[in-house]
Structures are given as structure tokens and as C-alpha cells.
Design a protein around this ligand. Sequence first.
Ligand SMILES: Nc1ncnc2c1ncn2[C@@H]1O[C@H](COP(=O)(O)OP(=O)(O)O)[C@@H](O)[C@H]1O
Ligand SMILES: O=c1[nH]cc([C@@H]2O[C@H](COP(=O)(O)O)[C@@H](O)[C@H]2O)c(=O)[nH]1
Length: 296
Amino acid sequence: MRQWVVVVGGTNMDVVARSSGPFVPATSNPGHTRISPGGVGRNIAANLGLLGAPVRLVSVVGDDAFGEEALRVTAACGADVGAVRRAPGRTGTYTAVLDGDGELVSAVSDMAITDDLELDTLHLDDAAIVVVDGNLAPAQVAKVRQAAAGTDVPVAFEPVSVAKAARLSDLVRDLLLVTPNADEVSALTGRPVAEWRASVADLHDRGVEHVWLRQGAQGSWMCTRGADPVHLAAEPATVVDVTGAGDAMLAAWVAAWLRGADPVAAARDGHHAAAATIGSTHTVRPDLADFLREQS
Ligand SMILES: Nc1ncnc2c1ncn2[C@@H]1O[C@H](COP(=O)(O)OP(=O)(O)O)[C@@H](O)[C@H]1O
Ligand SMILES: O=c1[nH]cc([C@@H]2O[C@H](COP(=O)(O)O)[C@@H](O)[C@H]2O)c(=O)[nH]1
């Protein structure tokens, strides 16, 4: 039976340092640092596991202690990590600095090992949906798309950043869902940022069913082909740490979609999950399911 979510993407160890007060550049700011597993693909899989969805992560980690820890924590969230490759070398890292308000100041991601992810034999016969992390290289995304098309499995795509969206723009077509912000949708279509509505229409023309346009604290627009766009407000939240909000949001949408929810109701769950995540120090909040239950 087709019931699995297959998430294909990166796994990192995140080093996230939050300054105690206003961040002052080029000096040593007092603060607090946490080290915990991250990576867009791995975060989505971990959140889905916590929400009770049958989820398999297809990823790669190094043969180091970070890789061991990332696998252990992700499995403890309920995700199947049997298809995560352990390659010789160091696990990917994401090193971020947050200001005293929990907002991102700057970050460096070093995930060269993700290039070692071979996707020639991606088995999707039991998959209900495939989620693709935009950190993958174009050739890897093309392979996932080919496998999904071959087994008729819908694909959701997380663009990650403007630079990454730009290099994958040709591959963003015939999707169930894509989740850009206005800058990323502009990178996908080549239109000016202000013309995001026209960009959304372009993506619909390319066979994308749902474009979920994110606007940070301003909420999001769920734009479904052939329907009027629906605006969803972000929930009021005290920002503790913004890391991983977008990943939790997408995971909650997929979990709701799997249960048969319509795209707007699923997006509401997504905003609950984002608020839960930014309101906690965790990149993936262990009590996410309890939090969503209380909201609904
Ligand atoms: N300052 C904020 N206040 C309230 N909610 C926020 C804030 N920043 C982000 N969010 C929530 O987190 C979601 C994801 O944030 P966004 O910045 O759009 O994506 P990403 O985490 O991928 O950069 C938003 O849609 C919103 O629900
Ligand atoms: O180039 C990248 N930046 C960031 C991430 C990951 O994204 C998460 C932060 O997500 P968000 O941008 O939604 O806050 C972190 O766990 C980090 O490891 C990544 O995989 N690749």
C-alpha cells in the first residue's frame, strides 16, 4: 500500500549560537550555543515522524560522531533512517548566529557530503508522496523527479534559498506543492519579486498544483491552480529561535494532506507548527504533536 512519505535531502549537525543581547558584529558576543541535528530534509522527516506519519529519510551522513548522533535522534523521532547512507568523511554542518531576539544574523552551511547521495535506485513503490529538499544538486533532483514520475508519486519541493532555487528552476514543474517566499519564486520564474502573483501563475502553468507562498511574520498565501488564493495569518509567537520553522511548516502540511485535509486546512496546521518551532529552542520540537493537538 502507498502510505509512506519519502523525504530526500540533507542531514546536518547545526551549531546555533544565540547572542544574549543585541548582536554586535566583529566582537565576541556573550550568548548560548546549542548543537543538534538539522538539515532541511532531515528536519522534515523528523517532524513527520513526530506527527505519526510513516516516513523514510533518504540522505547521507559522514562516518563521524555527528552522523551517528543525527541518525540516533532522527530515528528517535520515529523516522525510518535505514536508507540514510554513511559515507566516508564528515557530516554536513550548518553554523548560525542569532541575535538576542532569536532572528538569524548570518549562517554558513557546509554540506558537500550531500553530493555523495546516489539516487539511481530510489524505490518509491510504497510512497504516497516524495518531499525534495532544494539543497540537492540539479542532477539529484532530476533523478528523484524521474523516479516519482515513473511510479506516479506526487512531489513536494522546498526551495531553501534564492541561489538554490535559481539553479533548480527548470526542474520546478509538475509538482503537488512548492513552498517559496517572494524572492525564491522570483528566482524560479525570472520575474521581479513584486510580481509574485504572476510568478505563481507561471508555476501553475508549469503544472504545479499548490504554490504556498511564505511571507515570514506576515503569514502565507495558499495558491491552488484554478482557485482563488487564500491568505493565512502567521500565529502571534514570541520568537525564541527561528531555525527550522519552514521545515516544520512543510512537514505539518504533508501530515495533514496524508490524512486527507484540503490544502488550506493543511496550511493552517503548517502555521501552528511554525509557531511551535519558533517559540522553542528546538529546531525540531519533540512535543510537536501535542502542540498541534492543542491548537486544533
Ligand atoms: N517573526 C515571526 N513571528 C511570527 N511567526 C513567524 C515569524 N517568523 C516566521 N514565522 C512563522 O514561521 C513561518 C516560516 O517562516 P519563513 O520565514 O516564512 O520561512 P523559513 O523558516 O523557511 O525562512 C512563517 O510562515 C510564520 O508562520
Ligand atoms: O544551506 C542550508 N541552510 C540551512 C539548512 C538547514 O536548514 C535548517 C534551518 O531551516 P530554516 O531555514 O527553515 O530556519 C537547519 O537545520 C539547517 O541545517 C540546510 O540544510 N542547508
